[in-house]
Design a protein around this ligand. Structure first.
Ligand code: ADP
Ligand code: ZN
Length: 714
């Protein structure tokens, strides 16, 4: 059969939860097909986005059964070759459905409809594409792609626009890049100390090949300075640098500091407005560095020369819904694919990364000392047993003394709202969410009881639903109550709250931190938002309001995470010339972990934790996959989980436990069951699970979430 009898078709991954790739015929007017470009295809009665994975030549008779591609969004592949190989491995590893594996990675290119275009050469456009010219003619202002599509009745409007753009007849209107303003204090270039110097030299020597590094530097040891110097070298050599930070790490001050030093810096996070996204997307080839949260990993930087993952232990690098990927692990994989160095930095490394450094897989770079030595910090444990209030007398006394000395304090309590629960003193009932197996948090100022899992809320009242008595009282304390109690206990103390409820915009955050920096606030109360990277020399007192909070959760990583957070918190103290004090209020004052907080204990804590994980045959010594089934009908979720369990029982070398109800049994009206698969050899999972998942259809009404290397076990 000659080639003339064949027609062009494409195999695509559709952006829909389909287990298989689909084939469509390729219409000639869309130019030459290519892989890794997005299309619009018909699916049932709807139109969906899809990505080309393969271009096929099929016998005409065979192709007859396929539907036709409707439109083409991209002229050229959205990902360069290295990124494409990496994406494939990522999708394989996380057991992604075909569409899911692209959707997550191309999220930066979403909001297609909101890109704006204007006409540059009306005459040429009118001659070649009169229908498009007519659309522009009526309007003087730039038009969004969505508008152009709805005025152009014909299919293929994206492609028409792409061609007009390529010929220079229309152009995209892009905003200037977001530039952090100049809120930088003490930014005179510093002279690196010896340890910093060595770290920079080793990173610089690693250029031009793949190498993973763990930069283990205590709090305030100048890690950021190391990233910046190493990045400067990469940029001077014509390369680009990607710096990933945790969700709470993208503080305006930190950004301004990095941006001032690295030149053209693009900022990326999930709350970015579409116009700011387009601005960066448009300039990916021209920026020197991108700083962003986990999804910044997917921005294809054509000259990427180094990846930095700051605070690599942070749980926010793991995506918890959709494609549950770890941005930290995938950063290492990306560096490997692109043959470039990667550096993971932390004062409190994850057990995983520490293990890799111990076995020589990651080069260990150590910054053992605080810059400038820091000052002496004493740590004391306050026994809260028998204490009725939230603030103990020793903590109140220390707060007063600190104020009298003209110094500042930070109180840490990782709980939002006024109280994490209420209880009825008459019948003992605890108000719970209508849709989740969760207690409702009291937000007193708003007069609301709110569910922090699903967002459901109702008016707060002191009348119990169960017995009708007016006997509901708050149980425990959140930051809101802490603030109120503190203001009542120490009149005249200037208190500010720093959490997601009190601070909702970047501008508020800047204003608050600047006010604190200027000494206009005596005491900052915060959730984990206060943990990251702030450097306040005026702070001499840190109070951890409930030091055992989160220590005893039924989660493999609870203790590790608790230790990381508290060590980061107390690392905020003693950054100035004056001696510091840390007070840990605890109901379990004899807990051995309480005596191991602080930078000096990191290696021994990590050693103990690793020994325990080895004994339990838990990660990082084994590989785990957690599969959660959820449905509004309890029996359906359980049955679906059992079906996978039965199938997985046949896999050799893999231990299957469950199904059991999740620790949080119901979220958002859905009952949840989990199955945990464990591979002690780390060679068979997650890949061995793929054929089972492909074979077992997900029953209607059931959702199946596959989490490889789960971080959150609740
Ligand atoms: P880390 O990231 O390890 O917490 P930073 O890089 O933020 O530490 O450094 C803490 C502070 O010390 C910053 O204000 C920084 O400008 C300053 N600093 C860093 N390195 C030096 C140095 N070699 N000499 C003097 N100051 C430094
Ligand atoms: Zn809820």
């Amino acid at each position: 059969m000659g080639d003339a009898d064949r027609v062009t078709a494409v195999e695509v991954a559709v952006f829909a939860p389909l287990p298989k790739r689909l084939t469509y015929r390729w219409p000639r007017h869309l130019g030459d097909p290519a892989t890794a470009i997005r299309l619009l295809v018909p699916l049932g009665a709807t139109q969906r986005l899809a990505v080309v994975e393969r271009v096929l030549r099929l016998p005409a008779s065979e192709a007859d059964g396929y539907k036709m591609v409707l439109d083409r969004l991209d002229a050229a592949p959205l990902l360069p070759a290295g990124y494409r190989r990496w994406r494939e491995r990522l999708a394989d590893y996380y057991l992604a459905l075909p569409g899911e594996g692209w959707e997550a990675v191309l999220a930066w290119a979403a909001d297609e409809g909101r890109r704006r275009f204007r006409m540059v050469d009306g005459e040429q456009l009118a001659a070649a594409m009169p229908e498009l010219a007519a659309v522009f003619k009526g309007s003087r202002r730039p038009l969004t792609q969505a508008t152009i599509r709805s005025r152009l009745a014909c299919h293929g409007s994206f492609w028409l626009l792409r061609q007009a753009e390529q010929r220079g007849w229309v152009e995209e209107v892009v905003e200037p890049l977001f530039q952090p303003d100049g809120m930088v204090s003490g930014s005179a270039p510093v002279t690196l100390n010896e340890a910093q110097q060595e770290a920079v030299e080793r990173l610089t020597a690693a250029r031009g090949g793949f190498r993973s590094h763990l930069l283990f530097g205590c709090t305030g040891s100048g890690k950021t300075e190391v990233y910046i110097r190493a990045a400067e070298q990469v940029i001077a050599g014509g390369g680009q640098v990607l710096i990933l930070v945790p969700e709470i790490g993208l503080t305006p001050m930190w950004l301004a500091r990095v941006a001032r030093r690295l030149g053209r810096v693009g900022v990326w996070h999930s709350a970015l407005k579409p116009r700011a996204r387009h601005a960066l997307r448009h300039r990916l080839a021209r920026v020197d560095a991108v700083v962003g949260t986990r999804s910044a990993l997917f921005l294809p930087l054509p000259r990427l020369g180094m990846v930095v993952v700051d605070e690599e232990h942070d749980a926010s690098f793991k995506q918890q819904d959709g494609l549950c990927f770890s941005a930290r692990d995938m950063a290492v994989l990306l560096a490997q694919q692109l043959a470039i160095p990667v550096v993971l930095g932390s004062a409190t490394p994850s057990v995983e990364s520490w293990h890799q450094a111990q076995r020589g897989r990651y080069a260990l770079l150590t910054l053992p000392d605080r810059v400038g030595g820091g000052s002496r910090v004493a740590t004391r444990i306050v026994d809260m047993r028998g204490e009725r209030g939230v603030l103990s007398p020793p903590l109140l006394a220390a707060l007063k003394q600190t104020k009298a000395a003209g110094k500042q304090s930070i109180l840490y309590l990782n709980r939002r709202g006024y109280a994490p629960a209420l209880h009825c003193t008459a019948c003992g009932a605890v108000p719970t969410c209508r849709h989740c197996a969760a207690r409702l948090t009291l937000h007193r100022r708003r007069g609301e009881l709110r569910c922090h899992l699903c967002g459901w809320k109702r008016r707060a009242s002191d009348r119990c639903d169960g017995c009708g008595e007016q006997a509901l009282l708050p149980l425990g304390a959140g930051t809101e109550r802490l603030g109120a109690d503190l203001e009542a206990a120490i009149p005249g103390l200037r208190v500010a709250r720093f959490d997601r409820d009190a601070v909702t915009t970047m501008a508020q955050q800047v204003a608050l931190l600047q006010a604190f920096d200027r000494g206009e606030i005596d005491c900052l109360i915060g959730t984990q938002m206060v943990v990251k990277g702030h450097h306040f020399p005026g702070v001499t007192l840190i109070g951890v309001v409930q030091a055992d909070l989160g220590l005893n959760l039924p989660d493999l990583r609870a203790a590790e995470r608790w230790w990381q957070q508290l060590t980061q918190v107390i690392g905020r103290a003693g950054r100035g010339a004056d001696a510091g004090l840390t007070l840990l209020q605890s109901y379990q004052p004899d807990h051995p972990w309480l005596r191991q907080l602080g930078d000096a204990f990191a290696p021994s804590v990590l050693r103990q934790e690793l020994a325990m994980r080895r004994e339990m045959a838990a990660p990082p010594f084994a590989r785990w996959v957690r599969v959660v089934f959820s449905a509004q009908r309890e029996a359906r979720a359980r049955k679906a989980a059992e079906a996978l369990r039965d199938a997985a029982d046949s896999l050799s070398g893999i231990e299957v436990s469950g199904p059991i109800p999740c620790a949080i049994e119901r979220i958002n009206r859905r009952y949840r069951f989990e199955l945990l698969l464990k591979d002690a050899g780390r060679t068979r999972l997650p890949w061995a699970l793929r054929p089972l998942l492909d074979r077992l259809p997900v029953p209607s009404g059931v959702r199946r979430k596959v989490d490889v290397d789960p971080m959150d076990m609740m």
